[in-house]
Design a protein around this ligand. Structure first.
Ligand SMILES: Nc1ncnc2c1ncn2[C@@H]1O[C@H](COP(=O)(O)OP(=O)(O)OP(=O)(O)O)[C@@H](O)[C@H]1O
Ligand SMILES: [Mg+2]
Length: 367
């Protein structure tokens, strides 16, 4: 009976390992025809080297090979966490039940018998690639959910602590006013307290909205000149406090691929912090430059903090200098971190109390 032709649904980067060139050629033709990217090596050692340099999506691995047999190659790959998740299908001329058991216990996910049946090869390869795709999607979804979950936790915390405080104040003074026993002066004061509490709540809510909007949507990639952006932001900060003495040095042509709108929000927050937390200095000094290793750095000479607390400062609504008089809600750096991470980059800092702070970041995007 004629089999219906098999339709490949998932294509991938496949490595075939077999010491018999004819087998390699045959499999290559079958898979290449279907649109897979196919690489071939003739022995176990070459297979290990190739996988280390450029891991494929799937490996078809012959069992019987001289020096390093398929089981050994499989065990070695499974023992290394970098390569452990690459699915391996064994190619076997042996129909022995014991060998299949051995193949599975070495970490293989499936096996194909020789001589090859085209239909079988395509179905088994397709199955593995489908599984891989599903796992990748699930892993990514999981990471997104984790971030969402963290946001929700922060939101919960926010509502139960920070938002409740001004609300309680607001309600308390409303009650006092409603009693109608306050004199004119006290009434005016109560009104002011109510209004301030409202403003505070409003600020908290708009911060939460800001956090939610940077986490959404696709990046609009283009080449962005961070230097010109930073110069404009710095000028605004200096205009806001013309009485302050400051020296802001921005290296020219710091250019990266990224989303202009988001990168501007990130730079604004970093420079605002540098400006805010150096306000007690007679002369504020801020530098923005790219180090020799390519890391971008925004450095200030302000009050600094203990670097051990760097995990906290990226946590939403966490502030280290509450006892001092610096305005803020503690959301800025969380937003910056989200933006940098969405650009495949990292952000970290280096600081000591009273010795200024340096914030470093990288960006992994390319046009
Ligand atoms: N350049 C800096 N120098 C010293 N401390 C800093 C600096 N940048 C951040 N911090 C510390 O990290 C905390 C978190 O910073 P973040 O920008 O998230 O919040 P914020 O500045 O307090 O408020 P906002 O939400 O308005 O930005 C700050 O409260 C401050 O204690
Ligand atoms: Mg800030």
């Amino acid at each position: 009976m004629m089999m219906p032709p098999f339709r490949t649904e998932y294509t991938g980067d496949i490595l075939i390992v077999d010491d018999i060139p004819e087998n390699l050629q045959l499999l290559f033709e079958i898979l290449n025809e279907e649109g897979h990217e196919v690489r071939r090596v003739l022995n176990g050692q070459q297979a290990l080297k190739t996988v280390a340099v450029d891991p494929p999506d799937l490996i078809l691995l012959d069992i019987k090979m001289p020096i390093l047999d398929g089981y050994e190659v499989c065990k070695t790959l499974k023992a290394d966490h970098q390569t452990a998740n690459i699915p391996i299908i064994f190619l076997s001329a042996l129909n022995d039940v014991l060998d299949k058991a051995k193949a599975f216990s070495a970490g293989g996910v499936d096996y194909i018998n020789k001589p090859f049946d085209v239909y079988e090869v395509l179905v088994r390869v397709n199955n593995q690639l489908k599984l891989l795709e599903t796992t990748r999607t699930l892993t990514q979804r999981n990471q997104e959910l984790e971030i969402l979950n963290r946001d929700l936790e922060a939101f919960n915390y926010m509502v139960s602590h920070d938002l409740r405080r001004p609300l309680t104040r607001l309600l308390g003074f409303c009650e006092l006013l409603a009693d109608g026993e306050l004199g004119v002066a006290d009434r005016a004061e109560a009104m002011e307290i109510i209004s301030n509490a409202g403003t505070e709540m409003n600020q908290i809510i708009s911060d939460l909205m800001r956090l939610a909007t940077v986490s959404q949507g696709e990046l609009q990639l283009e080449m962005v000149n961070l230097s010109t952006m930073a110069i404009a932001i710095a000028a605004q900060l200096q205009n806001q406090n013309p009485e302050r003495q400051s020296q802001i040095d921005i290296a020219p042509d710091l250019i990266i691929a990224g989303d202009r709108r988001l990168l501007k929000i990130a730079l604004e927050n970093l420079l605002e912090n540098a400006w805010k937390y150096s306000s007690e200095k007679a002369l504020t000094k801020i530098d923005f430059f790219q180090a020799d290793n390519g890391h971008f750095c925004i450095r200030d000479n302000g009050i600094g903090f203990d670097s051990n607390q760097q995990n906290q400062i990226f946590t939403p609504f966490t502030r280290l200098h509450k006892e001092r008089n610096f305005a803020g809600t503690g959301i800025g750096l969380t937003i910056v971190q989200r933006i940098i991470q969405s650009h495949q980059g990292q952000i970290w800092c280096n600081s000591k109390p009273n010795e200024g702070a340096s914030f470093f970041f990288t960006c992994g995007m390319q046009l």
